[in-house]
Design a protein around this ligand. Sequence first.
Ligand code: NBP
Length: 480
Amino acid sequence: MAQNEATKSRIGVTGLAVMGANLARNMARNGFTVAVHNRTTAKTREFIEEYGPEGAFTAAESVQDFVDALESPRTIVVMVKAGKPVDAVIEELTPLLDQGDIIIDAGNSHFPDTVRRTAECEANGIRFMGVGVSGGEEGALLGPSIMPGGDTEAYATVEEIFTTISAKVDDTPCCVHVGPGGAGHYVKMVHNGIEYADIQLIAEAYDLLTNVAGLDAPAVGKIFEEWNTGDLDSFLIEITGKVLAKTDAKTGRPLVDVIVDKAGQKGTGTWTAIDALGLGIPLTGITEAVFARGLSSLKEERTAAAAVLAGPTPSKEVDESLVEDIRQALYASKVVAYAQGFAQMRAASVENGWDLKLGEMATIWRGGCIIRARFLNRIREAYDQHPDLDNLLMVPYFTQAVADAQDAWRRVIVKATEQGVPIPAFSSSLSYYDGYRRERGPANLIQGLRDFFGAHTYQRTDEEGAFHTRWSQDGTEVKS
Ligand code: NBP
Protein backbone atom coordinates (compact mmCIF):
# COMPACT_ATOMS: atom_id res chain seq x y z
CA MET A 1 0.00 0.00 0.00
CA ALA A 2 1.68 3.23 -1.14
CA GLN A 3 1.36 6.23 1.14
CA ASN A 4 2.05 9.91 0.69
CA GLU A 5 4.51 11.58 3.11
CA ALA A 6 1.74 13.32 5.06
CA THR A 7 0.15 10.05 6.17
CA LYS A 8 3.39 8.29 7.01
CA SER A 9 4.29 7.27 10.54
CA ARG A 10 7.01 8.88 12.62
CA ILE A 11 8.32 5.57 13.94
CA GLY A 12 7.86 1.84 13.33
CA VAL A 13 7.88 -1.09 15.72
CA THR A 14 8.44 -4.62 14.50
CA GLY A 15 7.94 -7.48 16.95
CA LEU A 16 4.58 -7.25 18.67
CA ALA A 17 5.05 -9.66 21.56
CA VAL A 18 4.49 -8.16 24.98
CA MET A 19 7.40 -5.67 24.96
CA GLY A 20 7.06 -4.41 21.39
CA ALA A 21 3.27 -4.13 21.63
CA ASN A 22 3.45 -2.14 24.84
CA LEU A 23 6.22 0.16 23.59
CA ALA A 24 4.18 0.86 20.42
CA ARG A 25 1.09 1.58 22.54
CA ASN A 26 3.10 3.86 24.82
CA MET A 27 4.34 5.85 21.80
CA ALA A 28 0.86 6.09 20.28
CA ARG A 29 -0.76 7.07 23.57
CA ASN A 30 1.76 9.90 23.73
CA GLY A 31 0.64 11.19 20.34
CA PHE A 32 3.29 9.72 18.03
CA THR A 33 2.23 8.03 14.80
CA VAL A 34 3.39 4.41 14.84
CA ALA A 35 3.60 1.77 12.11
CA VAL A 36 3.40 -1.75 13.53
CA HIS A 37 4.54 -5.05 12.10
CA ASN A 38 5.07 -8.61 13.26
CA ARG A 39 6.49 -11.66 11.46
CA THR A 40 3.28 -13.58 12.13
CA THR A 41 0.66 -11.30 10.62
CA ALA A 42 -2.16 -12.62 12.80
CA LYS A 43 -0.46 -10.91 15.74
CA THR A 44 -0.50 -7.56 13.92
CA ARG A 45 -4.23 -7.93 13.27
CA GLU A 46 -4.89 -8.89 16.88
CA PHE A 47 -2.88 -5.89 18.00
CA ILE A 48 -4.95 -3.49 15.89
CA GLU A 49 -8.22 -5.09 16.96
CA GLU A 50 -7.32 -4.79 20.61
CA TYR A 51 -5.38 -1.53 20.77
CA GLY A 52 -6.13 0.28 17.49
CA PRO A 53 -8.31 2.94 19.19
CA GLU A 54 -5.48 3.91 21.54
CA GLY A 55 -3.64 6.00 18.93
CA ALA A 56 -2.55 6.59 15.33
CA PHE A 57 -1.33 3.17 14.22
CA THR A 58 -0.64 1.95 10.72
CA ALA A 59 -0.66 -1.82 10.48
CA ALA A 60 1.72 -3.39 7.97
CA GLU A 61 1.51 -7.04 7.02
CA SER A 62 4.64 -7.18 4.87
CA VAL A 63 8.08 -5.81 5.59
CA GLN A 64 7.87 -3.74 2.39
CA ASP A 65 4.56 -2.16 3.52
CA PHE A 66 6.10 -1.51 6.91
CA VAL A 67 9.11 0.28 5.44
CA ASP A 68 6.86 2.22 3.02
CA ALA A 69 4.70 3.40 5.90
CA LEU A 70 7.54 5.33 7.56
CA GLU A 71 8.65 8.96 7.32
CA SER A 72 12.18 9.58 6.11
CA PRO A 73 14.68 9.03 7.60
CA ARG A 74 12.94 5.84 8.67
CA THR A 75 13.22 4.93 12.31
CA ILE A 76 12.50 1.30 13.12
CA VAL A 77 12.40 -0.21 16.58
CA VAL A 78 13.12 -3.93 16.49
CA MET A 79 11.65 -5.69 19.53
CA VAL A 80 12.12 -9.37 18.75
CA LYS A 81 13.73 -12.21 20.64
CA ALA A 82 17.42 -11.47 21.30
CA GLY A 83 19.98 -13.41 19.24
CA LYS A 84 19.48 -14.73 15.71
CA PRO A 85 16.00 -13.18 15.23
CA VAL A 86 17.55 -9.70 15.50
CA ASP A 87 20.03 -10.53 12.71
CA ALA A 88 17.23 -12.03 10.63
CA VAL A 89 15.16 -8.86 10.94
CA ILE A 90 18.12 -6.61 10.09
CA GLU A 91 18.89 -8.76 7.06
CA GLU A 92 15.32 -8.49 5.86
CA LEU A 93 15.10 -4.74 6.40
CA THR A 94 18.49 -3.72 4.99
CA PRO A 95 17.79 -4.01 1.23
CA LEU A 96 14.55 -2.06 1.68
CA LEU A 97 16.07 0.89 3.55
CA ASP A 98 17.77 4.07 2.35
CA GLN A 99 21.06 5.63 3.44
CA GLY A 100 20.68 7.28 6.83
CA ASP A 101 17.67 5.24 7.96
CA ILE A 102 17.85 4.06 11.55
CA ILE A 103 17.42 0.58 13.01
CA ILE A 104 17.01 0.46 16.78
CA ASP A 105 17.42 -2.87 18.55
CA ALA A 106 15.55 -2.34 21.82
CA GLY A 107 15.70 -5.96 23.03
CA ASN A 108 18.13 -7.54 25.46
CA SER A 109 20.99 -8.07 23.02
CA HIS A 110 24.47 -8.93 24.18
CA PHE A 111 26.62 -5.82 23.64
CA PRO A 112 29.30 -7.51 21.46
CA ASP A 113 26.46 -8.36 19.04
CA THR A 114 25.48 -4.71 19.08
CA VAL A 115 29.05 -3.65 18.26
CA ARG A 116 29.08 -6.10 15.34
CA ARG A 117 25.63 -5.05 14.06
CA THR A 118 26.57 -1.37 14.29
CA ALA A 119 29.54 -2.00 11.98
CA GLU A 120 27.51 -4.18 9.60
CA CYS A 121 24.73 -1.60 9.34
CA GLU A 122 27.21 1.27 8.93
CA ALA A 123 28.78 -0.59 6.02
CA ASN A 124 25.33 -0.49 4.38
CA GLY A 125 24.79 3.21 5.17
CA ILE A 126 22.26 2.42 7.92
CA ARG A 127 22.51 3.94 11.37
CA PHE A 128 22.14 1.41 14.15
CA MET A 129 21.32 1.90 17.80
CA GLY A 130 21.40 -0.67 20.61
CA VAL A 131 18.96 0.46 23.26
CA GLY A 132 18.44 -1.09 26.69
CA VAL A 133 14.84 -1.02 27.91
CA SER A 134 13.96 -2.04 31.44
CA GLY A 135 10.73 -2.31 33.35
CA GLY A 136 9.08 -5.40 31.92
CA GLU A 137 5.72 -5.23 30.19
CA GLU A 138 4.23 -2.68 32.57
CA GLY A 139 7.26 -0.41 32.23
CA ALA A 140 7.13 -0.64 28.43
CA LEU A 141 3.52 0.55 28.49
CA LEU A 142 3.58 3.12 31.27
CA GLY A 143 7.17 4.36 31.20
CA PRO A 144 10.35 2.29 31.10
CA SER A 145 13.91 3.23 31.92
CA ILE A 146 15.61 3.60 28.54
CA MET A 147 19.37 3.28 27.93
CA PRO A 148 20.02 4.33 24.32
CA GLY A 149 23.42 3.61 22.83
CA GLY A 150 24.80 4.32 19.37
CA ASP A 151 25.14 7.15 16.89
CA THR A 152 24.53 10.58 18.52
CA GLU A 153 22.80 12.08 15.48
CA ALA A 154 20.53 9.07 15.17
CA TYR A 155 19.64 9.49 18.83
CA ALA A 156 18.75 13.14 18.20
CA THR A 157 16.00 12.00 15.81
CA VAL A 158 14.37 9.74 18.42
CA GLU A 159 15.22 11.63 21.59
CA GLU A 160 11.82 13.33 21.78
CA ILE A 161 9.98 10.01 21.45
CA PHE A 162 12.17 8.13 23.93
CA THR A 163 12.22 10.83 26.59
CA THR A 164 8.45 11.28 26.24
CA ILE A 165 7.61 7.59 26.68
CA SER A 166 10.16 6.95 29.45
CA ALA A 167 9.46 7.01 33.17
CA LYS A 168 9.95 10.36 34.91
CA VAL A 169 11.30 11.03 38.38
CA ASP A 170 10.96 14.63 39.62
CA ASP A 171 10.10 15.55 36.01
CA THR A 172 13.45 14.15 34.80
CA PRO A 173 13.10 11.48 32.08
CA CYS A 174 14.66 8.09 32.86
CA CYS A 175 16.35 8.17 29.46
CA VAL A 176 19.65 9.62 28.40
CA HIS A 177 22.02 8.89 25.54
CA VAL A 178 24.45 6.49 27.19
CA GLY A 179 27.29 6.40 24.68
CA PRO A 180 28.34 5.07 21.26
CA GLY A 181 28.29 1.51 19.87
CA GLY A 182 27.42 -1.16 22.41
CA ALA A 183 27.27 1.23 25.40
CA GLY A 184 23.47 1.15 25.80
CA HIS A 185 23.24 -2.63 25.83
CA TYR A 186 26.31 -2.79 28.09
CA VAL A 187 24.68 -0.55 30.67
CA LYS A 188 21.46 -2.58 30.43
CA MET A 189 23.51 -5.74 30.99
CA VAL A 190 25.07 -4.33 34.16
CA HIS A 191 21.62 -3.11 35.26
CA ASN A 192 20.37 -6.68 34.95
CA GLY A 193 23.46 -7.96 36.79
CA ILE A 194 22.78 -5.57 39.66
CA GLU A 195 19.18 -6.79 39.64
CA TYR A 196 20.53 -10.34 40.18
CA ALA A 197 22.61 -9.14 43.17
CA ASP A 198 19.69 -7.18 44.65
CA ILE A 199 17.39 -10.19 44.37
CA GLN A 200 19.98 -12.57 45.85
CA LEU A 201 20.58 -10.24 48.81
CA ILE A 202 16.83 -10.08 49.42
CA ALA A 203 16.63 -13.89 49.24
CA GLU A 204 19.46 -14.22 51.77
CA ALA A 205 17.76 -11.76 54.13
CA TYR A 206 14.52 -13.75 53.79
CA ASP A 207 16.42 -16.99 54.48
CA LEU A 208 17.99 -15.50 57.62
CA LEU A 209 14.73 -13.99 58.86
CA THR A 210 12.97 -17.31 58.35
CA ASN A 211 15.56 -19.92 59.33
CA VAL A 212 17.70 -18.06 61.85
CA ALA A 213 15.32 -15.43 63.29
CA GLY A 214 12.46 -17.97 63.19
CA LEU A 215 9.79 -15.78 61.57
CA ASP A 216 7.08 -16.99 59.20
CA ALA A 217 6.54 -15.63 55.69
CA PRO A 218 3.76 -13.12 56.53
CA ALA A 219 5.87 -11.74 59.42
CA VAL A 220 8.87 -11.41 57.12
CA GLY A 221 6.59 -9.74 54.55
CA LYS A 222 5.64 -7.11 57.13
CA ILE A 223 9.33 -6.51 57.89
CA PHE A 224 10.04 -5.88 54.20
CA GLU A 225 7.06 -3.55 54.05
CA GLU A 226 8.56 -1.59 56.94
CA TRP A 227 12.05 -1.64 55.41
CA ASN A 228 10.55 -0.12 52.28
CA THR A 229 9.90 3.10 54.21
CA GLY A 230 13.63 3.68 54.94
CA ASP A 231 16.99 3.60 53.15
CA LEU A 232 16.06 0.35 51.40
CA ASP A 233 12.99 1.92 49.74
CA SER A 234 12.86 0.28 46.30
CA PHE A 235 10.63 -1.61 43.89
CA LEU A 236 12.21 -4.97 44.72
CA ILE A 237 11.84 -4.54 48.50
CA GLU A 238 8.23 -3.41 47.94
CA ILE A 239 7.29 -6.45 45.84
CA THR A 240 9.11 -8.78 48.27
CA GLY A 241 6.63 -7.63 50.95
CA LYS A 242 3.76 -8.37 48.57
CA VAL A 243 5.02 -11.81 47.49
CA LEU A 244 5.61 -12.87 51.10
CA ALA A 245 2.15 -11.67 52.15
CA LYS A 246 0.37 -13.74 49.50
CA THR A 247 -1.66 -16.73 50.66
CA ASP A 248 -1.95 -19.76 48.38
CA ALA A 249 -5.60 -20.27 47.45
CA LYS A 250 -5.17 -24.05 47.15
CA THR A 251 -3.52 -24.80 50.49
CA GLY A 252 -4.15 -21.72 52.62
CA ARG A 253 -0.40 -21.56 53.25
CA PRO A 254 1.89 -18.66 52.34
CA LEU A 255 2.42 -18.93 48.58
CA VAL A 256 6.24 -18.77 48.92
CA ASP A 257 6.14 -21.91 51.05
CA VAL A 258 4.65 -23.91 48.18
CA ILE A 259 6.89 -22.50 45.42
CA VAL A 260 9.81 -24.77 44.42
CA ASP A 261 13.21 -23.38 45.51
CA LYS A 262 14.73 -23.34 42.00
CA ALA A 263 15.41 -20.08 40.18
CA GLY A 264 15.83 -19.74 36.42
CA GLN A 265 17.86 -17.21 34.49
CA LYS A 266 18.06 -15.82 30.97
CA GLY A 267 21.80 -15.18 30.96
CA THR A 268 22.35 -11.45 31.45
CA GLY A 269 23.80 -12.03 34.95
CA THR A 270 26.25 -14.52 33.47
CA TRP A 271 27.24 -12.03 30.74
CA THR A 272 27.90 -9.39 33.41
CA ALA A 273 30.04 -11.75 35.48
CA ILE A 274 32.04 -12.97 32.46
CA ASP A 275 32.65 -9.40 31.36
CA ALA A 276 33.90 -8.46 34.85
CA LEU A 277 36.31 -11.39 34.78
CA GLY A 278 37.64 -10.16 31.43
CA LEU A 279 38.08 -6.63 32.78
CA GLY A 280 39.70 -7.89 35.99
CA ILE A 281 37.08 -6.10 38.10
CA PRO A 282 35.99 -7.83 41.33
CA LEU A 283 32.23 -8.35 40.98
CA THR A 284 31.47 -10.68 43.85
CA GLY A 285 27.84 -9.71 44.53
CA ILE A 286 26.53 -10.26 41.01
CA THR A 287 28.70 -13.31 40.36
CA GLU A 288 27.66 -15.00 43.61
CA ALA A 289 24.05 -14.29 42.67
CA VAL A 290 24.54 -16.13 39.36
CA PHE A 291 26.23 -19.05 41.14
CA ALA A 292 23.43 -19.16 43.73
CA ARG A 293 20.85 -19.56 40.95
CA GLY A 294 22.98 -22.36 39.51
CA LEU A 295 23.11 -24.10 42.90
CA SER A 296 19.36 -23.61 43.36
CA SER A 297 18.71 -25.43 40.11
CA LEU A 298 20.59 -28.54 41.30
CA LYS A 299 17.49 -29.53 43.24
CA GLU A 300 17.85 -33.30 42.92
CA GLU A 301 21.52 -33.24 43.91
CA ARG A 302 20.75 -30.99 46.87
CA THR A 303 17.99 -33.28 48.03
CA ALA A 304 20.41 -36.23 47.98
CA ALA A 305 23.16 -34.21 49.68
CA ALA A 306 20.79 -33.04 52.43
CA ALA A 307 20.61 -36.62 53.66
CA VAL A 308 24.39 -37.17 53.57
CA LEU A 309 26.42 -34.00 54.20
CA ALA A 310 26.97 -32.91 57.80
CA GLY A 311 26.37 -29.39 59.13
CA PRO A 312 24.40 -27.48 61.72
CA THR A 313 20.63 -27.25 61.44
CA PRO A 314 19.35 -23.66 61.69
CA SER A 315 17.70 -23.06 65.07
CA LYS A 316 14.56 -21.27 63.78
CA GLU A 317 14.22 -19.88 67.31
CA VAL A 318 12.33 -16.62 67.28
CA ASP A 319 14.92 -13.88 67.70
CA GLU A 320 13.56 -10.51 66.69
CA SER A 321 16.72 -8.78 67.89
CA LEU A 322 18.36 -10.06 64.71
CA VAL A 323 15.96 -8.22 62.42
CA GLU A 324 17.71 -4.83 62.57
CA ASP A 325 21.12 -6.50 62.14
CA ILE A 326 19.87 -8.24 58.99
CA ARG A 327 18.50 -4.94 57.62
CA GLN A 328 21.87 -3.30 58.11
CA ALA A 329 23.73 -6.25 56.59
CA LEU A 330 21.41 -6.12 53.58
CA TYR A 331 21.97 -2.39 53.12
CA ALA A 332 25.77 -2.63 53.43
CA SER A 333 25.91 -5.59 51.01
CA LYS A 334 23.73 -3.66 48.56
CA VAL A 335 26.09 -0.68 48.72
CA VAL A 336 28.95 -3.04 47.86
CA ALA A 337 27.05 -4.66 44.98
CA TYR A 338 26.35 -1.24 43.43
CA ALA A 339 29.92 -0.05 44.09
CA GLN A 340 31.14 -3.10 42.17
CA GLY A 341 28.66 -2.70 39.29
CA PHE A 342 29.51 0.99 38.88
CA ALA A 343 33.26 0.21 39.06
CA GLN A 344 32.69 -2.31 36.27
CA MET A 345 30.91 0.28 34.10
CA ARG A 346 33.74 2.72 34.73
CA ALA A 347 36.34 0.18 33.66
CA ALA A 348 34.36 -0.74 30.53
CA SER A 349 33.92 2.93 29.68
CA VAL A 350 37.68 3.47 29.81
CA GLU A 351 38.37 0.24 27.91
CA ASN A 352 35.92 1.08 25.11
CA GLY A 353 36.24 4.89 25.08
CA TRP A 354 32.51 5.31 25.86
CA ASP A 355 32.80 8.23 28.29
CA LEU A 356 29.89 6.91 30.36
CA LYS A 357 28.49 9.46 32.80
CA LEU A 358 27.87 7.23 35.78
CA GLY A 359 25.73 9.79 37.62
CA GLU A 360 23.39 9.80 34.61
CA MET A 361 23.13 6.01 34.77
CA ALA A 362 22.00 6.27 38.40
CA THR A 363 19.55 9.01 37.32
CA ILE A 364 17.87 6.94 34.60
CA TRP A 365 17.60 3.89 36.89
CA ARG A 366 15.62 5.86 39.49
CA GLY A 367 12.31 5.12 37.77
CA GLY A 368 10.72 2.66 35.36
CA CYS A 369 13.19 -0.15 35.85
CA ILE A 370 13.36 -3.16 38.16
CA ILE A 371 16.17 -1.81 40.35
CA ARG A 372 14.52 1.60 40.87
CA ALA A 373 15.31 2.77 44.36
CA ARG A 374 15.61 5.84 46.56
CA PHE A 375 19.26 4.87 47.11
CA LEU A 376 20.09 5.75 43.48
CA ASN A 377 19.71 9.45 44.34
CA ARG A 378 22.72 9.05 46.60
CA ILE A 379 24.73 7.43 43.82
CA ARG A 380 23.77 10.20 41.42
CA GLU A 381 24.89 12.81 43.98
CA ALA A 382 28.17 10.95 44.51
CA TYR A 383 29.03 11.07 40.81
CA ASP A 384 27.77 14.66 40.46
CA GLN A 385 30.34 15.65 43.08
CA HIS A 386 33.11 13.27 41.98
CA PRO A 387 32.71 12.31 38.30
CA ASP A 388 36.00 10.35 38.30
CA LEU A 389 35.28 8.41 41.45
CA ASP A 390 37.10 5.05 41.59
CA ASN A 391 34.70 3.43 44.02
CA LEU A 392 31.40 4.50 45.56
CA LEU A 393 32.58 3.27 48.97
CA MET A 394 34.98 6.24 49.04
CA VAL A 395 32.22 8.87 49.04
CA PRO A 396 31.56 10.13 52.60
CA TYR A 397 27.86 9.17 52.54
CA PHE A 398 28.60 5.54 51.64
CA THR A 399 31.79 5.35 53.71
CA GLN A 400 29.71 6.32 56.73
CA ALA A 401 26.74 4.11 55.84
CA VAL A 402 28.92 1.01 55.65
CA ALA A 403 30.93 2.00 58.74
CA ASP A 404 27.66 2.33 60.68
CA ALA A 405 26.38 -1.04 59.44
CA GLN A 406 29.54 -3.11 59.68
CA ASP A 407 29.19 -4.40 63.26
CA ALA A 408 25.70 -5.70 62.51
CA TRP A 409 26.90 -7.04 59.12
CA ARG A 410 29.67 -9.04 60.83
CA ARG A 411 27.31 -10.38 63.53
CA VAL A 412 24.86 -11.60 60.88
CA ILE A 413 27.59 -13.37 58.92
CA VAL A 414 28.96 -15.07 62.04
CA LYS A 415 25.49 -16.19 63.08
CA ALA A 416 24.57 -17.47 59.62
CA THR A 417 27.86 -19.37 59.35
CA GLU A 418 27.43 -20.92 62.80
CA GLN A 419 23.93 -22.03 61.89
CA GLY A 420 24.82 -23.36 58.45
CA VAL A 421 22.74 -20.88 56.43
CA PRO A 422 24.47 -19.95 53.14
CA ILE A 423 24.88 -16.22 52.55
CA PRO A 424 27.21 -16.00 49.54
CA ALA A 425 26.31 -12.44 48.57
CA PHE A 426 26.31 -11.05 52.13
CA SER A 427 29.63 -12.66 53.02
CA SER A 428 31.44 -12.07 49.72
CA SER A 429 30.42 -8.41 49.92
CA LEU A 430 31.94 -8.13 53.37
CA SER A 431 35.11 -9.89 52.18
CA TYR A 432 35.33 -7.46 49.28
CA TYR A 433 34.90 -4.56 51.69
CA ASP A 434 37.58 -5.91 54.03
CA GLY A 435 39.87 -6.60 51.08
CA TYR A 436 39.33 -3.17 49.54
CA ARG A 437 40.00 -1.28 52.78
CA ARG A 438 43.24 -3.15 53.43
CA GLU A 439 46.50 -1.54 52.43
CA ARG A 440 48.48 -4.79 52.60
CA GLY A 441 46.84 -8.11 51.78
CA PRO A 442 48.27 -11.59 51.26
CA ALA A 443 49.12 -11.30 47.54
CA ASN A 444 52.80 -11.02 48.47
CA LEU A 445 52.70 -14.76 49.12
CA ILE A 446 50.87 -15.33 45.82
CA GLN A 447 53.72 -13.51 44.04
CA GLY A 448 56.23 -15.68 45.89
CA LEU A 449 54.46 -18.91 44.96
CA ARG A 450 54.10 -17.90 41.31
CA ASP A 451 57.77 -17.08 41.18
CA PHE A 452 58.63 -20.44 42.77
CA PHE A 453 56.73 -22.65 40.35
CA GLY A 454 56.74 -20.52 37.21
CA ALA A 455 59.53 -17.93 37.52
CA HIS A 456 56.82 -15.26 37.11
CA THR A 457 58.98 -12.78 39.11
CA TYR A 458 57.80 -10.47 41.90
CA GLN A 459 58.09 -6.83 42.91
CA ARG A 460 59.74 -5.76 46.16
CA THR A 461 58.41 -3.18 48.63
CA ASP A 462 61.84 -1.53 48.88
CA GLU A 463 63.13 -1.42 45.29
CA GLU A 464 61.71 -0.88 41.80
CA GLY A 465 61.89 -3.67 39.23
CA ALA A 466 61.04 -7.34 38.78
CA PHE A 467 62.87 -9.97 40.81
CA HIS A 468 63.28 -13.73 40.70
CA THR A 469 64.65 -16.06 43.33
CA ARG A 470 66.52 -19.16 42.12
CA TRP A 471 64.38 -21.35 44.39
CA SER A 472 65.65 -24.73 43.20
CA GLN A 473 69.25 -23.65 42.74
CA ASP A 474 71.33 -21.56 45.13
CA GLY A 475 68.38 -19.49 46.49
CA THR A 476 69.88 -16.17 45.39
CA GLU A 477 67.75 -13.33 44.00
CA VAL A 478 68.26 -11.86 40.57
CA LYS A 479 66.82 -8.67 39.15
CA SER A 480 65.30 -9.21 35.71
P1 NBP B 1 10.15 -12.40 22.81
O1 NBP B 1 11.54 -12.28 23.28
O2 NBP B 1 9.31 -13.51 23.32
O3 NBP B 1 10.16 -12.47 21.20
C1 NBP B 1 8.97 -12.67 20.46
C2 NBP B 1 8.96 -11.80 19.23
O4 NBP B 1 10.10 -12.10 18.39
C3 NBP B 1 7.73 -12.06 18.38
O5 NBP B 1 7.29 -10.85 17.85
C4 NBP B 1 8.28 -12.99 17.31
O6 NBP B 1 7.52 -12.99 16.14
C5 NBP B 1 9.61 -12.36 17.08
N1 NBP B 1 10.54 -13.19 16.30
C6 NBP B 1 11.17 -14.35 16.62
BR1 NBP B 1 10.92 -15.28 18.18
N2 NBP B 1 11.96 -14.82 15.65
C7 NBP B 1 11.84 -13.93 14.66
C8 NBP B 1 12.41 -13.85 13.39
N3 NBP B 1 13.29 -14.75 12.96
N4 NBP B 1 12.07 -12.81 12.60
C9 NBP B 1 11.19 -11.89 13.02
N5 NBP B 1 10.62 -11.90 14.24
C10 NBP B 1 10.94 -12.91 15.05
O7 NBP B 1 9.35 -11.02 23.06
P2 NBP B 1 9.34 -10.05 24.33
O8 NBP B 1 9.19 -10.80 25.60
O9 NBP B 1 8.36 -8.99 23.98
O10 NBP B 1 10.81 -9.41 24.34
C11 NBP B 1 11.34 -8.68 23.25
C12 NBP B 1 12.75 -8.25 23.60
O11 NBP B 1 12.71 -7.42 24.76
C13 NBP B 1 13.70 -9.41 23.96
O12 NBP B 1 14.99 -9.10 23.54
C14 NBP B 1 13.65 -9.43 25.47
O13 NBP B 1 14.79 -10.02 26.05
C15 NBP B 1 13.57 -7.94 25.77
N6 NBP B 1 12.99 -7.60 27.07
C16 NBP B 1 11.96 -8.28 27.57
C17 NBP B 1 11.43 -7.93 28.80
C18 NBP B 1 10.24 -8.66 29.37
O14 NBP B 1 9.86 -8.36 30.51
N7 NBP B 1 9.63 -9.59 28.61
C19 NBP B 1 11.96 -6.85 29.51
C20 NBP B 1 13.02 -6.15 28.95
C21 NBP B 1 13.53 -6.52 27.73
P3 NBP B 1 6.36 -14.10 15.91
O15 NBP B 1 5.15 -13.55 16.62
O16 NBP B 1 6.22 -14.15 14.47
O17 NBP B 1 6.84 -15.38 16.52
